[in-house]
Ligand binder design. Structure first.
Ligand SMILES: C[S@@+](CC[C@H](N)C(=O)[O-])C[C@H]1O[C@@H](n2cnc3c(N)ncnc32)[C@H](O)[C@@H]1O
Length: 376
């Protein structure tokens, strides 16, 4: 298995070769953080910072590379050479000259040093990085930004009506649910290794909910953000709520994840989906949901329903307990004997869903009641 830091550095080098220095610099920052004692990451980042004319950052990177390189002569030469260019560009001519001297002392070419001393760093070929294309989010009517307690989340930038489609996004990684973990593990690593440098950077910027436990960063990020059949850039940013105002589903024909509004959603409101299947949400008490979410997803739910206390929490738990009983009774009803009772149960369940502020699944109860009555 190639260590994640190596995979990331390799893709950073690809971005660098393609002239995408922004992506390269950001990827080197990630690879450095995973392999802190290896000077190559920061040495390479000093070069991409030079390309971006980030002189101060390039100087700092080269200085760190010098410290980490110890007695590695080729690295020392490169670091001193790069730092001399960064220093010269900042007007520190004495510092730049001293670095070039050091470069020669560590085996660098005197002729190259003499030429460098005369070169104007601003005249060095600096290719502009490609202009970023607007993300799906900018066009769709939602914005990914910081929440108070849940990291980032998606917020409406226009009013949505119930039933509106909020997002349709092709997954960055599409993988069927693995049948066994070992096989899944390898498939995830291979899929991450195949990502383009830009997608790898997007992947690495996703939330990691498992980092405190160590392990492989690719697997951790994948586990935190995976939807039933893959992982998306934007869809994976929508937070969970036990009172969701939207839902996601995979649309096989277009190969896209789609998110639809369950309720009207006003500008500025956070759009939240449910990570659990419906009955596990509307049919469970706060404590049951917390246990399930912690075990399956490794976080403690802080949604509005889970943040209730005292009598309002008890009322919510009671409603959800009753909804589960109604649901279980409905599926067990024999329509030949219990036609009216089925309808009463469906009406009561829908009333409880409304009281709870749970916008989904009323149609499930209604459809089941209709199907049972039809069988009478
Ligand atoms: C798929 S990510 C969602 C986007 C994430 N908030 C981010 O910053 O990118 C899942 C993570 O978001 C946070 N999260 C989502 N819903 C939450 C909730 N209801 N309560 C607390 N944290 C939540 C948890 O840290 C979880 O591991």
């Amino acid at each position: 298995m190639v260590p994640p830091a190596e995979v990331i550095k390799r893709q950073a080098n690809e971005a660098f070769k393609a002239g995408d220095y922004q992506t390269a610099t950001a990827l080197y920052s990630h690879s450095m953080s995973l392999d802190v004692d290896n000077p190559l990451h920061v040495l390479n980042r000093s070069m991409s910072n030079l390309k971006l004319t980030n002189w101060k950052e390039a100087e700092i990177d080269a200085t760190l590379a010098l410290t980490l390189s110890k007695k590695n002569e080729p690295n020392l030469q490169k670091a001193l050479f790069r730092r001399s260019r960064a220093r010269k560009a900042q007007g520190d001519l004495a510092g730049a000259r001293a670095d070039l001297k050091g470069y020669v002392a560590h085996g660098g070419s005197q002729k190259v040093a003499d030429t460098e001393a005369l070169t104007d760093p601003l005249a060095v070929d600096v290719k502009p990085s490609p202009i970023p294309t607007p993300s799906t989010a900018d066009q769709a009517g939602y914005k990914i930004k910081d929440t108070v307690f849940m990291g980032k989340g998606a917020f409406a930038t226009r009013n949505f009506h119930r039933g509106d489609r909020i997002l349709a996004e092709k997954p960055m990684i599409s993988l069927p649910e693995p049948s066994d973990f070992k096989e899944g593990y390898q498939a995830i690593l291979s899929a991450v290794e195949r990502l383009s440098p830009k997608d790898l950077l997007r992947f690495l910027s996703l939330h990691n909910g498992y980092s405190a436990k160590g392990g492989n960063i690719f697997i951790e990020i994948y586990r935190t953000n995976v939807l039933p059949d893959g992982l998306c850039d934007d869809a994976s940013r929508f937070n969970h709520s036990c009172l969701p105002n939207a839902r996601y589903s995979f649309h096989g024909d277009s190969g896209r994840y789609r998110i639809f509004a369950f309720t009207d959603i006003a500008i500025g409101q956070e759009i939240r989906v449910s990570y659990l299947s419906s009955r596990n949400v509307y049919g469970s008490t706060r404590d049951e949901r917390r246990v399930r979410i912690l075990a399956k997803l490794n976080f403690t739910c802080l949604c509005d329903a889970c943040s209730l206390e005292g009598v309002t929490l008890k009322a919510s738990d009671d409603r959800r307990r009753e909804m589960l009983v109604l649901w279980e009774r409905m599926v067990k009803h024999d329509p030949r004997f219990h036609g009216q009772r089925v309808i009463n149960d469906a009406v009561q369940a829908i009333r409880l869903l409304r009281e709870e502020g749970y916008a989904a699944d009323a149609d499930d109860f209604a459809t089941d009641a209709a199907a049972l009555c039809d069988a009478l």
